[in-house]
Ligand binder design. Structure first.
Ligand code: SAH
Ligand code: SF4
Length: 383
């Protein structure tokens, strides 16, 4: 009989499991604190649990870590772990330290079925969803490993922010995602604020609606294009949930969101989506009057190229000119710093290793490069 992985539960789930063993809820709370706050995996070490419970757990349950395949540390402090999740699949998590915070970028799937043109994960195709335990194990490992490595004082945390921006589309793995988010937020777990846990989505509209009911956290939406024709090409999910529906879902999300804005991510692709006209079209899209307005911040991501994409990053001057049009119109627009570049840990470079069960990579190779080009404009030399 395989052991039950206790990382698969949020606190309510663990309470239900403990109840099935004839244990009261406060025992589950103690156990949850041992696992997530102290990083314990050995029931024998959980000294304030009754010996009888410790013995019982040892026979039926475990705290199942992921196997670390490799660890790479960048010169800028970024650390990338490759975790082996079995069956020829590997996923990645990235720690990004900054002065006032530590962010962990977490994966939700082995591969991704959305198949965005500019994304290395998308090019690899989809293998499988991660379980709640596999999502949480990335945070569990990183937090407790880093506390030791960085020699943190008791009670000090290594990770203050989580972004679901690793491999995979989190809202296509909804049932595993939500308990993982709840454990991140739980005061008996990681105690992260809702504003510091961000789900990034390419726009799975029905699940955006469910998330705001079930577990409202900060939301980032990967926009990448200001009109449906171009977005259909870059983010194929747009054919199912076009921009008007996506923006309406953003407005609904804002009614209960912990932050009063949505972060729109926009990957800057040379000659594809980076023209002044695109910036103005984007402005019109989010800055409409009355109920067409979406309160947002815009995060421009310099494209991280990979050979199979056939795409290039916009020149720096183009990115800044694009940003200025939006800033001048009052939209808070930032250009994302690329971190961990030397270890391929930047956005969209997370490739892991994926057994492509959907043959997406092959389909992608056959795709004609049919991207609508930007309005004619003199192009600067790439930086
Ligand atoms: N599937 C989710 C979350 C993971 S991708 C989503 O798409 O939102 C996290 C972010 O990295 C997304 O905004 C995605 O568009 C961006 N991204 C993907 N490939 C990239 C690349 N090659 N260069 C820069 N950003 C990229
Ligand atoms: Fe999937 Fe996000 Fe990559 Fe698109 S950008 S293929 S949704 S991981």
């Amino acid at each position: 009989m395989s052991l039950v992985n206790l990382l698969d539960f949020d606190l309510d789930g663990l309470a239900a499991y403990c109840e099935s063993l004839g244990e009261k809820r406060f025992r589950a709370t103690q156990l949850f604190r041992w696992i997530h706050q102290k990083g314990a995996a050995d029931f024998g070490a959980m000294t304030d649990l009754a010996k009888s419970l410790r013995d019982k757990l040892a026979g039926v349950a475990e705290v199942r870590p992921l196997t670390v395949a490799t660890e790479q540390a960048s010169t800028d402090g970024t650390i990338k772990w490759l975790f082996d999740v079995g069956g020829g699949n590997a996923i990645e998590a990235v720690f990004i330290p900054e002065d006032d915070r530590g962010t962990l970028c977490v994966s939700s799937q082995a591969g991704c079925a959305v198949g965005c043109r500019f994304c290395s994960t998308g090019h690899q195709g989809f293998s499988r969803n991660l379980s709640t335990g596999e999502i949480l194990a990335q945070l569990w490992y990183a937090e407790h490993h880093l506390r030791q490595r960085l020699n943190l004082a008791p009670g000090e945390r290594a990770i203050t922010n989580v972004v679901m921006m690793g491999m995979g589309e989190p809202l296509q793995n909804y049932s595993a995602l939500v308990p993982a988010l709840k454990a991140m937020l739980d005061d008996h777990g990681y105690g992260l604020s809702r504003r510091r846990v961000t789900v990034s989505t390419s726009g799975v509209v029905p699940m955006m609606d469910r998330l705001r009911e079930d577990c409202p956290v900060a939301l980032a939406v990967s926009l990448h294009a200001p009109n449906d024709a171009l977005r259909d090409e870059l983010v194929p999910l747009n054919r199912k949930y076009p921009l008007a529906e996506l923006l309406a879902a953003c407005r609904r999300y804002l009614e209960t969101a912990p932050r009063d804005f949505i972060t729109f991510e926009y990957c800057m692709l040379d000659g594809v989506n980076d023209g002044d006209d695109h910036a103005r079209e984007l402005l019109a899209l989010v800055n409409g009057r009355g109920d067409r307005h979406v309160s947002c911040k815009l995060n421009l991501i310099p494209f991280n190229p990979f050979p199979e994409s056939g795409l290039h990053c916009s020149p720096r001057a183009r990115v800044l000119a694009f940003a200025k049009i939006l800033q001048d119109a009052g939209i808070v627009t930032t250009v994302r710093k690329t971190r961990g570049d030397d270890i391929d840990a930047a956005c969209g470079q997370l490739a892991g290793e994926v057994k492509d069960r959907t043959r997406a990579a092959e389909r992608m190779k056959r795709l004609p490069v049919r991207i609508v080009s930007a309005p004619a404009e003199p192009r600067q030399k790439p930086h």
